[in-house]
Design a protein around this ligand. Structure first.
Ligand code: FAD
Length: 461
């Protein structure tokens, strides 16, 4: 064995599914395994594009600041690659303009970086990282059929161009997204039933690409309206990618009938709390049809809570916890999971010198990563579920909702509170930062109506 081999924790790791979670993980595993194989069902397109098995990529995706920072830790060259693509750094609270209950939140520089990218672009960047590692073999166009192993997972069975094959590995990572069959496979193999939490607020996306009008004389990269419980179940988002391309999504709670045409989309935007998005859509030239997506429930499989979990397997990304996408957390959570796996492999190996017991330890550790994003998503979604079903919200959900509405009201006239709120929503800071005495005092005083923030001009007469 060479000296370099000795520093690895295993000879081979296999990543199942090459979406955001799988690609981010494959890159980090090169530090720990001599060889890494990534098995992806689709063939990767030559340029950033929506793939057959990732139709969600056609909808607005925001890489939260927390995700950008995490991915930049995992891939130090990321910032320069984004520059090359023309995805310049923007300021979260200056270039993103958010309206709530008919008023625009303030515009201020927070120093928090964001980069407007499509999901497909994030994927291309992660694939670029994966492809520069000689130790990663990408088997795209290959479909995972089952896990292999008895007690311990030792490999995977898959098909490629109609031919079945089996690969062995020291570690198999399930990153097959919301539709992963791993629960079915593991329970059929005798593992105890996993606790599964679900909250479905019936969120539906309808999205289309546009060429915006020329000469928009305002430097926003993203315009968004927030929904407001209980009166406003709809929201709209527009993201600009340079001067000629804009992706818009109309998003609604309560399983609304989605707009199917550009005209219906503009009509839906007209019902939002500010007129800007509708005017923008009407003034732009549509360059795609409207596409719809409705598989958006929050679902968390608590693998870390099982008394036993098989060695040789870990599960990450949407395959463990998929969140209502309206909070924009999925890619960030996938990146945080990949980073946690990286750290836990080091910690476990330093202590035990092998991978025995690692899988269970990792799934338990991942629970801590998922707890905050889950609470953020459920804070509003639980209330929406009550409102939409006509049931009375629980006292706790009423309290939480009143608190978050108070924070937003304060944010209109208090930049500091607004920035703190956005840092929390972008998974940069722990929720406890909102509980600092100075912040609590400001929130208790609440906002005032004076000094209405200037609305974005969006360049239209
Ligand atoms: C409408 C919508 C909007 C969203 N907006 C945002 C947003 O604004 N910000 C954000 O961060 N996140 C957003 N998300 C969530 C985000 O897309 C995901 O959380 C994120 O991409 C992580 O997904 P993943 O890699 O775990 O799974 P996926 O992206 O689902 O990837 C799973 C991969 O596994 C492959 N696969 C599945 N089965 C097999 C098999 N049997 N064999 C081989 N390969 C297989 C699939 O082809 C796919 O490539 C949104 C999601 C939706 C639905």
């Amino acid at each position: 064995m060479t000296e370099q081999m000795q520093s690895f924790k295993g000879a081979h790791a296999i990543v199942l599914g090459g979406g955001i979670a799988g690609l981010a993980t494959a890159g980090t595993l090169t530090r720990h395994f001599a060889e890494v194989t990534l098995i992806e069902r689709d063939r990767y397109p030559d340029r950033a594009d929506v793939r057959q098995h990732t139709p969600h990529g056609a909808h607005v995706h925001i890489l939260l600041a927390g995700g950008l920072v995490t991915l930049s830790r995992l891939i130090p060259e990321l910032a320069s690659w984004l520059d090359e693509m023309g995805r310049d750094e923007a300021d979260l609270t200056h270039h993103t303009r958010v309206a709530y209950e008919g008023r625009w939140l303030p515009r201020a520089r927070s120093g928090v970086p964001i980069r407007p990218c499509t999901r497909a672009e994030v994927e291309q960047l992660l694939l670029r990282n994966v492809r520069r590692h000689a130790s990663i073999r990408v088997l795209d166009g290959s479909t995972v059929q089952s896990l292999v192993g008895d007690g311990r997972i030792t490999g995977v069975k898959f098909t490629r161009e109609g031919v079945s094959d089996v690969l062995s590995a020291d570690l198999v990572v399930d990153a097959m997204g919301r539709g992963t069959p791993s629960r079915r496979w593991l329970e059929a193999a005798g593992l105890s039933a996993v606790e599964e939490l679900t909250v479905d607020a019936g969120v539906v996306y309808a999205s289309a690409w546009f060429e915006p009008p020329k000469g928009i004389d305002d430097d926003w990269v993203a315009l968004a309206t927030l929904p407001a419980i209980p009166r406003e179940p709809h929201m709209g988002v527009a993201i600009r990618f340079g001067p000629d391309r804009m992706l818009c999504s109309a998003i609604g709670y309560g399983s609304p009938r989605p707009p199917r045409t550009i005209d219906e989309m503009a009509h839906r935007m007209e019902a939002l709390c500010v007129p800007h998005l509708a005017r923008l859509v009407r003034a732009s030239k549509a360059t795609s049809d409207v596409v719809v997506y409705a598989n958006t429930q929050n679902r968390w499989r608590r693998w870390g809570r099982l008394p036993r979990f098989p060695d040789g397997l870990v599960i990450i990304g949407d395959a463990v916890c998929s969140l209502n996408p309206r909070y924009g957390q999925g890619m960030t959570v996938a990146s945080l999971g990949a980073e946690r796996l990286d750290r836990e492999l080091d910690a476990h190996f330093a202590r035990h010198g092998n991978l025995t017991g690692f899988s269970h330890r990792f799934q338990r550790s991942l629970e801590a990563v998922l707890a905050v994003p889950w609470q953020i998503a459920l804070m509003e979604d639980r209330s929406w579920v009550s409102v939409l079903s006509g049931a009375a919200p629980s006292p706790l959900s009423k309290l939480v909702l009143a608190g978050s509405q108070r924070v937003l009201q304060t944010a209109f006239s208090d930049i500091d509170t607004y920035i703190r709120f956005m840092r929390l929503a972008h998974l940069l800071d722990a929720p406890t930062r909102m509980l600092a005495p100075r912040t609590l005092a400001r929130i208790a005083r609440g906002g005032h109506r004076a000094g209405e923030p200037e609305a974005p001009s969006i360049g239209l007469a």
